[in-house]
Design a binder for this molecule. Structure first.
Ligand code: G3H
Ligand code: ZN
Length: 306
């Protein structure tokens, strides 16, 4: 089916106490893995590309890949810009057919973040595209974030209320203890902070940096209004692990498809696991969308016709 926007999907998640998985993709195999898992799990899904992914794949190419994969899927798919720190990149993505944007002004002073977010919201609203914003800041593990820095960067509930009122953003990325790009899941979310945020603001919340968060903490956070959970590092780990194992199994092979099939399968299984954990498995049927189908892709390799 054609791409859908994230707005109704995230409100359905908020009301239904589940979260939609927002999975980052950089290449064709990752796009296919994510969509295939969502189709087989009958789950709505958000496929997101970062500015780095756009630099890697090219904007039009990345958008075209996701649109093509979504067209063949019987589940609703959103194409979302992840961490659009560049105002102009948000506009370019709007033109390229993205159905959900993120303006990330979390490194900017509050007033600049408000003004830039508001500006993007006004533009995107003209064509009915929702905008995610970030307040507080989800730090990067690669920057060596300390406990004190993580605490200081958390989202303030009163400021969040003012921010949402002034910007009109559709969803809000909240900093509640996660850190981007952690390689093991050891962080616990600040659920008390999340409860206060939920009491102050009534729009869907987004969890960033989920690869480093304990799964029981993710599940608890969903009960307090986390409706979109971003997953990136964990997928890259699976992709690379699948590739390395495949190369080790057959180092004489020269057909990259035989290796990349393993990468794709490894990513798909992580996506499937997360979809189930987030409670979005089976939600497509419940939402009245058409019946899903099973995807069998890349099973047969070899022979002249391929
Ligand atoms: O925006 C992307 C996410 O926040 C992903 O975080 O790489 O820690 O899974 P992660
Ligand atoms: Zn993020």
């Amino acid at each position: 089916m054609p791409l859908v926007t994230s707005k109704e999907m995230l409100w359905a998640a908020l009301e239904g106490h589940f979260a939609v998985g927002a999975f980052n993709a950089n290449n064709m195999e990752q796009v296919q893995a994510i969509i295939d898992a969502a189709v087989e799990e009958h789950a709505p899904v958000i496929l997101q590309v970062s500015q780095g992914a756009i630099r890697y794949a090219g904007l039009n190419f990345a958008a075209a890949m996701v649109k093509a994969a979504a067209a063949d899927a019987d589940v609703p798919v959103v194409l979302h810009l992840d961490h659009g720190t560049d105002f102009a990149q948000n506009v370019r993505c709007l033109r390229a057919g993205f159905t959900s944007l993120m303006y990330d002004g979390s490194k900017e002073p509050f007033e600049v973040n408000v003004a830039n977010t508001r500006r993007i919201v006004e533009i995107a609203d003209i064509v009915g595209i929702p905008v995610e914003a970030e307040l507080g800041r989800v730090l990067q593990a690669t920057d060596g974030a300390t406990e004190e820095e993580i605490e200081a960067a958390k989202t303030d509930p009163a400021q969040a209320r003012e921010f949402v009122e002034r910007t009109g953003c559709s969803s809000l990325a909240v900093a509640i203890g996660s850190v981007h790009a952690m390689k093991t899941a050891e962080a616990e979310l600040d659920i008390e902070r999340l409860k206060k945020l939920r009491a102050a603001v009534n729009i869907p919340f987004v969890l960033h940096g989920s690869s480093g968060v304990k799964e029981e903490s993710e599940v608890e956070a969903i009960q307090y209004g986390i409706c979109k959970i971003n997953v990136a590092t964990m997928l890259n780990q699976a992709f690379t692990r699948g590739l390395l194992e495949a190369i080790q199994e057959d180092p004489e092979n020269v057909d990259p498809r035989k290796w990349l099939i393993k990468s794709r399968e490894a990513v798909k299984e992580v996506v499937r696991h997360k979809i189930r954990l987030f409670g979005s498995s089976g939600k497509v049927t419940a939402s009245g969308f058409v019946s899903p189908k099973t995807v069998h892709r890349g099973v047969h390799i070899g022979g002249t016709e391929e």
